[in-house]
Design a protein around this ligand. Structure first.
Ligand code: EPU
Length: 417
């Protein structure tokens, strides 16, 4: 079993360069199959989820080559193949294969997604969208079967603001006949990134990044070259780690606007922040004030930074309240942080965090961001070694985590038992 070993207590110092966004990449890769010729993706993060997605596309007959941070996807010879099992099961975002395959072939069979299951994550809004476009959708033995004689544009109102449903409906609608309007759409930067790629492929999508997205369907899309936006969650995680270790870190290759909600909260608790054009400097302080944080849909505070933020708030004086209005029970990191001496209680959607120093312990990451929270917690502890298992979750979302942390002066290593 692989573990991350952390001998903490050292302030992070230096520069870290942020890679392309995971949550964009795993939507852009399936989007490529809507084209009839080669799509080139630059600034690709080197992550296990990305590797799984390239496996999925290869299984369908796409020619995928991946060199450094560039992936070339030639979907010319792709075929419609049912995928009830196999790599689709390893990845939650394999649900994007539903929209992409439906758009390209008017049919798909996709095993229900795996991935980070920190709480039940329904896909009813995705299905509602596909049905509105004219597809028949059934769940047979744990696989979603989709079929449409013809996809026709429709007006779709999302009952829940969902990143996945917004992107998935966009994917299918680019190849539907006529106009589709998605109302109450999610506004995350990753949605704009996917729309930018699809528009470069010849699609007509307007309004991505607002709550109303309009799509004019096209009968054919072509290949193109696209550079993935920086990963705001990875950037935010390093910002929080810099503050938690009282370090001084320049987080480079970021879009500061995407991090505004986090920046505001860090300043409120006493962290010094310098915003530059494409980078942010975080200067930690000895003392922090307790604050209240509400995780909301974008542009609110990101739920994906809620767990890392919990670790930082254990370092503040007094009692902080961190509530998550996106997921009702994303608190699996809390009992693990308690093993490290944290004083946190969960009440409904909120974690109530009493500032208290942490100690080293053996802890387990149960999902990606819970893993990031435990690493940050370990970095704050100066005596003993924190051991984090569940490294495979962390590898899903943090490109070169150990190398980056070591370059910032942390004493972190992987160990195989
Ligand atoms: N929801 C529904 N029905 C649906 C879809 C969503 O009720 O059909 C609910 C969810 O249960 C949740 C809320 O709506 O309470 C928002 O979920 P959303 O669909 O936006 O989440 P997602 O698309 O499945 C993406 C990211 C997550 C991130 C969320 C929220 C990807 C692959 N995943 O998930 O990222 O937490 O948006 O921003 O893009 C992560 O990176 O660690 C991660 C979990």
């Amino acid at each position: 079993m692989e573990k991350l070993m952390i001998s903490g207590g050292r302030p992070l110092q230096g520069t870290v360069t942020i890679s392309g966004a995971k949550n964009s990449a795993i939507a852009l890769i399936p989007a490529a199959i809507l084209a009839e010729s080669e799509v080139i993706l630059d600034n690709l993060p080197l992550l296990s989820d990305v590797a799984v997605y390239s496996e999925i596309l290869e299984e369908l007959g796409a020619n995928v080559s991946w060199e450094g941070n560039q992936m070339r996807i030639d979907p010319t010879h792709i075929i419609s193949l049912p995928m009830p099992n196999g790599p689709v099961k390893k990845l939650r975002a394999s649900y994007y294969m539903m929209g992409a395959m439906l758009g390209r072939f008017k049919e798909a069979v996709i095993g229900l997604p795996g991935g980070c299951n920190f709480e039940p994550r329904p896909i009813d809004q995705h299905i509602k969208g596909f049905e509105a476009l004219g597809a028949t959708v059934t769940n047979e033995h744990g696989a979603i079967h989709l079929h449409a004689k013809e996809l026709k544009g429709a007006k779709i109102y999302l009952d829940v603001v969902s990143v996945g449903a917004t992107i998935n409906i966009m994917l299918a609608a680019t190849r539907a006949k006529g106009s589709t309007i998605i109302e109450n759409a999610a506004k995350e930067p990753e949605i704009i990134d996917v729309a930018t790629l699809l528009n470069s492929m010849g699609a007509s999508i307007k309004g991505a990044g607002t709550e109303t997205i309009r799509i004019e369907g096209k009968s054919e899309l072509r290949g193109c070259r696209h550079s993935i936006i920086p990963d705001r969650i990875q950037a935010g995680t390093y910002m929080i780690a810099a503050a938690a270790t009282r370090g001084n870190v320049l987080i480079d290759n970021v879009i500061p606007k995407h991090l505004e909600a986090l920046t505001a909260k860090l300043i409120e608790m006493g962290v010094e922040i310098e915003e530059l054009d494409e980078s942010i400097r975080v200067i930690g302080k000895e003392k922090y004030e307790s604050i209240d944080v509400k995780a909301l849909v974008y542009p609110g505070f990101a739920t994906d930074l809620q767990s890392p933020m919990t670790s930082l708030l254990t370092q503040a004086d007094g009692v902080s309240v961190l509530s998550d209005f996106v997921y009702s029970n994303r608190f699996k990191h809390v009992p693990e942080l308690a093993r490290m001496g944290a004083k946190i209680r969960v009440e409904g959607r909120s974690a109530i965090i009493e500032g208290h120093p942490l100690n080293a312990a053996k802890v387990k990451a149960t999902d990606l961001r819970a893993g990031a929270a435990l690493v940050i917690a370990g970095l704050t502890v100066s005596e003993g070694i924190t051991e984090v298992t569940g490294v495979e979750f962390i590898d899903r979302g943090y490109d070169h985590l150990v190398t980056n942390l070591r370059e910032l002066g942390a004493d972190v290593w992987r160990q195989n038992d």
